[in-house]
Write a protein that binds this ligand. Structure first.
Ligand code: ADP
Length: 402
């Protein structure tokens, strides 16, 4: 069974085609600058075909999907003979609101319910839906599934997800802490449970998804009981360009300081110009900031220290509320690739019993156990694989329906 996984953003569309009999990737790629001009990079993984990397006109997501199908089936770059070899499509959907606590097959009712989540993620949900629409047009009759970033966090207790604001906003407007990166937290926590080796029951795990966007989850008995992001991905730890949690009064203060800019413009500063970019003034990319720190830039040092400290603080609080931790897991771009960040975070966690082995920590982009001598929890690096989870869920849903 071949499953196409689609991650549609406002101007981009990433895809991976899986052969689910072997769980191997046949091809992957990305359409960029949709609606602007258009670029497609298509990488066949199996069969020794060449990479296609070129500008192509992509006025809408429908043309992007068509271009992807054309490449997947072409004699020069293709990995399948024709469209009929795609058995199902799995879509990443950023927000599932209060309704979706697990992945679902898409029908008209589901589409309408996803559309209702637009208020909660006005940029992401419409973009995800354009991907769904485009696939339904190009591949009518092929089952499509939605896999939600928020779903894994649905098991949080009410005292963890309720904001201390007038309750009517929850009751009438669905305002609560949802959390994001759920597919990643689910994948790496399940992997950690396997590594611990005695089933989910009784396990206490802290997962750290540290990438352009960063979030942490507390996973007890295999279920999420808390996470750092909120109703939007702005809450929680500092990120590449996002501030994470700050005093909300800052929105008003920034507006005044900037000569009366609107609330949305202030929010834009917290979303796009803050985090390690805002503090360092160098970049949102940890590679650039680490290089600047090495070159003696003290604001780069501060940005990294502040990030490590805030991540450690949240890890410590999750360990406290779970009554300990059996495993701490690092994943995503920074978590998998930055030994300095893992070391910096763990340097604040000695009091919580966490220790890493510096020589084992000296790895990038691969699975490793980096637990240090005497550590109260095992510490793992687990490369995340959200696309595989989407493909697995889609396969299971299609099998269920058959
Ligand atoms: P996204 O949230 O867009 O999926 P990723 O999980 O791919 O992001 O993370 C991308 C980030 O990972 C980069 O912006 C960079 O900060 C960080 N990163 C990637 N490689 C390294 C590295 N070798 N050292 C330090 N940071 C890295």
């Amino acid at each position: 069974m071949n499953i196409l996984v689609i991650n549609a953003g406002s101007s981009s569309l990433k895809y991976q085609l899986f052969d689910m009999d072997t769980e191997s990737i046949l091809a992957k790629g990305v359409c960029d600058r949709i609606g602007i001009d258009g670029h497609l990079k298509h990488t066949p993984v199996s069969g020794g075909k060449p990479v296609y990397d070129s500008d192509v006109p992509l006025p809408t997501h429908a043309e992007a999907i068509n271009a992807v199908i054309e490449k997947l089936t072409s004699s020069e770059y293709g990995v399948i003979a024709d469209l009929a070899e795609i058995d199902a499509v799995g879509h990443r959907v950023v927000h599932g609101g209060r309704k979706f606590s697990e992945s679902v097959l898409i029908d008209e009712d589901v589409l309408a319910a996803i559309e209702e989540c637009t208020l909660l993620a006005p940029l992401h949900v419409p973009a995800n839906l354009t991907g769904v629409d485009a696939c339904r047009k190009v591949m009518p009759g092929v089952p499509q599934a939605a896999v939600f970033d928020t779903a894994f966090h649905h098991t949080m207790p009410d005292y963890a997800y309720t904001y201390p604001i007038p309750y009517k906003y929850y009751e009438e407007n669905d305002i609560k802490r949802y959390g994001f990166h759920g597919t990643s937290h689910r994948y790496v926590s399940a992997r950690a449970i396997e590594l611990l080796g005695a089933g989910a029951q009784g396990t206490k795990i802290v997962t750290c998804h540290l990438g352009n966007g960063s979030s942490l989850a507390a996973v007890k008995d295999g279920k999420c009981i808390d996470t750092t992001m909120g109703v939007t991905p702005l809450e929680g730890v500092p990120m590449g360009t996002r501030s994470g949690t700050v005093d909300p009064t800052l929105l008003d203060l920034i507006s005044t300081i900037e000569g009366g800019i609107t609330l949305r413009e202030s929010l834009d500063i917290l979303n796009k110009k803050s985090g390690v970019l805002g503090v360092s003034g160098v970049s949102s990319d940890f590679r650039d900031i680490e290089a600047a720190k090495l070159g003696g830039n003290d604001r780069a040092r501060l940005a990294l220290d502040l990030f490590n400290y805030q991540v450690a603080k949240h890890i410590g609080s999750f360990i406290a509320v779970m009554g300990g931790a059996d495993a701490l897991v690092f994943t995503a771009g920074i978590g998998e690739n930055s030994p300095n960040t893992r070391k910096g975070i763990c340097s604040f966690l000695g009091g919580a019993g966490i220790a890493i082995d510096e020589s084992k920590n000296d790895v990038k982009g691969e699975y490793a156990e980096i637990t240090g001598a005497g550590s109260s929890a095992r510490v793992f690096i687990v490369p995340t694989d959200e696309e595989l989870v989407i493909a697995r869920d889609t396969k299971a849903l299609v099998a269920c329906k058959a």
